[in-house]
Ligand binder design. Structure first.
Ligand code: PGA
Length: 256
């Protein structure tokens, strides 16, 4: 079944104390009533993951994910973190191919494909990010760009693999800019992605894949985005650093 999901991407934000305070606040605000059927995921910086997982060990409502993993299991890659390391902390998922990773750290559709494989091999769900730049949007070619990211990043994965892959459409021009895609703009792309998924994996499987929207999603615009038929939830950056805002977005997803 297609799941409603709200994931918070903390990026390179919070100190240790801030992170643990935020987790404590989320633990009390994300009640059963607020969360309902929504899958809630938080993605703290990797150095805090172990303590965050321990803090949430008895909490049934909040899953924990990492922001990235390396292509290899281990080896001489100073500073990197592998999927087996993340799995050994009992994490639930990992974000792959966020546009900031693509833009600043040279990630490509091909490297994302390898990383998604690493995630699945280690029983971590992969949240695979796709989305066009402002230039690509203006050129009118954006759907081609997005569908190439889908085709190349998901090359070789099966219908069964898709049970553990979540897609996140994040137009780069909307990330951290305060400029959200309108619900119609987002729905147009989500419907295009869904049509591609139907062609690639078959109608039944495609209906079960969650496709999230990300890019300046906030309490004030979440409900209208989540009301769109092909938007299954959100990947939230800035607003996930406030327990009140993130909780309001989860509530909007649960109630939509
Ligand atoms: P934003 O970030 O909500 O701050 O725009 C979204 C993301 O990059 O995942």
């Amino acid at each position: 079944m297609r799941r409603k999901i709200v994931a918070g991407n903390w990026k390179m934000n919070t100190t240790y104390n801030e992170a643990m305070d935020l987790v404590a606040e989320l633990k009390s605000s994300l009640t059963e009533e607020v969360v309902g059927e929504t899958g809630v995921i938080i993605t703290p910086p990797s150095v805090f993951l172990s303590d965050v997982v321990n803090e949430l060990v008895d909490n049934p409502f909040i899953a924990v994910a990492a922001q990235n993993c390396h292509e290899q299991d281990n080896g001489a890659y100073t500073g990197e973190i592998s999927a087996p390391m993340l799995a050994s902390l009992d994490l639930d998922a990992v974000i792959i191919g966020h546009s900031e990773r693509r833009q600043y750290f040279g990630e490509t559709n091909a490297s994302c494909k390898v990383k998604i494989g690493q995630a699945l091999n280690n029983e971590l769900a992969a949240i695979y990010c796709i989305g066009e730049t402002l230039e690509e949007r203006k050129s009118g070619n954006y759907m081609d760009v997005i569908l190439s990211q889908c085709a190349e990043g998901l090359e070789g994965f099966s219908e069964e693999d898709m049970d553990n892959i979540i897609l996140a459409y994040e137009p780069v021009w909307a990330i951290g800019t305060g400029e959200t895609a309108s619900p119609e703009q987002a729905q147009e792309v989500h419907a295009g992605i869904r049509a591609w998924l139907v062609e690639r994996f078959g109608g039944e499987a495609a209906q079960d894949i969650s496709v999230l929207y990300g890019g300046s999603c906030k309490p004030g615009n979440a409900a209208e985005l989540f009301a769109q038929p092909d938007i299954d939830g959100g990947l939230i950056g800035g607003a996930s650093l406030s327990a009140a805002d993130f909780t309001a977005i989860v509530k909007a997803r649960t109630e939509a």
